[in-house]
Design a protein around this ligand. Structure first.
Ligand SMILES: [Fe+2]
Length: 191
């Protein structure tokens, strides 16, 4: 996690605004749209997220913890996909909003039909500067892939501590799901 003394002023300001946007009693619809609108400002300055939080791992996609609210009510992650990397089909168990810093992402959303089979229902491609509500309780199943010739980096805001929450990965053929915790990755370079 980035310590306060090393935070870019725009990131500090973003966190303070998130605390106002994300409050008890507010609907998921309102929160996600307000976060999506606010995240745009972060994408205009390449220095907001330190370089160490944008380094891909050739073995797996990574999720670096930029900020985790002390009460776990939300978190900010830097998600990095190396060229060609893809996630399994997964859910989140909370809402999520994404702003793309670099590269192109292909996202496919799924529904589960009455036979427990996964049906692709929406395909979208995002590029630098795009902001998107990636997940809500009524649309929470997707898979994401880097489709650019450079690694994809995105700022992700979730309505909980995504590195500690139990969620699910889905078998694309059987639709069977298994419970996982996708632990935070460690930032190895100097922050
Ligand atoms: Fe996701």
């Amino acid at each position: 996690m980035i310590t306060t003394d090393k935070m870019h002023p725009e990131l500090k300001s973003f966190i303070e605004d998130l605390k106002v946007i994300i409050k008890d009693g507010e609907s998921e619809e309102v929160i996600t749209e307000n976060v999506r609108s606010r995240i745009k400002r972060l994408l205009t300055d390449d220095g907001v997220i330190p370089a160490a939080y944008k380094i891909p791992n050739p073995d797996k996609y990574t999720l670096y913890p930029v900020y985790i609210a002390p009460d776990n009510s939300f978190c900010i992650a830097s998600a990095v996909w190396d060229v060609g990397q893809s996630t399994p089909i997964h859910d989140h168990g909370t809402w999520g909003v994404i702003g793309i810093i670099q590269g192109n992402e292909l996202e496919i959303h799924y529904d589960v039909d009455s036979k427990n089979e996964l049906i692709a229902v929406q395909e979208r491609e995002f590029q630098k500067g795009d902001t998107v509500v990636c997940c809500k309780s009524d649309r929470d199943l997707h898979k994401v892939q880097c489709v650019s010739s450079i690694p994809c980096v995105g700022i992700h805001v979730y309505g909980g501590n995504i590195g500690e929450m139990e969620r699910h990965m889905y078998d694309p053929v059987t639709g069977n799901k298994r419970t996982v915790v996708t632990a935070w990755d460690t930032v190895t370079a100097v922050e």
